[in-house]
Design a protein around this ligand. Structure first.
Ligand code: GAR
Length: 202
């Protein structure tokens, strides 16, 4: 199985879905490490409960962002991943990280990119008044949710939605999309050609 390292910052519901999927050997990938930029988050408890080793690399513990980024790359590298999955990881990675894991790191985002990138994808979509939003799995690049798109699922906005209700409905399809996409990448590879991405199948 391909080795996955999952980067988290919070609740870890997407991580939980990956941890459930990897129980099946046919899935093709195993979560071998979880790295958080925040101590004490629920995602770390989920990893520990599943017997997966964890590490915390907090920005505040480093003199600057570049030093933090190097330490993050180092902490991820300890697990020798084939693929890095950002699942609710709320920090931008930098040059050191991308030099090592660029092209084999994906991120999940709760909006239909390129609309509503950033930390508040659900809130921003509601504020704009879109009738359809969704979730995206993208290849990580140096920008804010700007990398090539791997897969997306739409979600209809209901008239009474608030940020929580809409985010919950997005998360329900997001975990399925993330699990399916990561499995397909693990089994078939990821080819990135400019903005265009192909998963598996030659
Ligand atoms: C997910 O909806 C993810 O897409 C979002 O945070 C949530 C994390 O949930 N990430 C971003 O907004 C990144 N820009 P989780 O911790 O329960 O998996």
């Amino acid at each position: 199985a391909r080795r996955l390292v999952v980067l988290v910052s919070g609740t870890g519901s997407n991580l939980a879905a990956l941890l459930a999927a990897h129980e099946d050997p046919a899935y093709g990938a195993r979560v071998v490490g979880v790295v958080s930029d925040r101590a004490g988050v629920a995602a770390l408890d989920r990893a520990r409960a599943a017997g997966v080793p964890t590490a915390v690399v907090a920005l505040a513990d480093f003199p600057d962002r570049a030093a933090w980024d190097r330490a993050l790359a180092e902490a991820v590298g300890v697990f020798s991943p084939d693929l890095v999955v950002m699942a609710g990881f709320m920090k931008l990675v930098g040059e050191a990280f991308l030099a090592r894991f660029g092209g084999r790191a994906v991120n999940t985002h709760p909006a239909l990119l390129p609309a509503f990138p950033g930390a508040h994808g659900v809130r921003d979509a509601l504020a704009y008044g879109v009738k359809v939003t969704g979730c995206s799995v993208i290849v990580v690049d140096g920008g804010v949710d700007s990398g090539p798109i791997v897969a997306q699922t739409p979600v209809v906005v209901e008239p009474d939605d608030d940020e929580d209700s809409l985010h919950e409905r997005i998360k329900a399809v997001e975990r399925t999309l993330l699990v399916e996409t990561v499995g397909a990448v693990a089994r078939g590879g990821l080819r990135v050609d400019g903005r265009h991405v192909r998963v598996g199948g030659g």
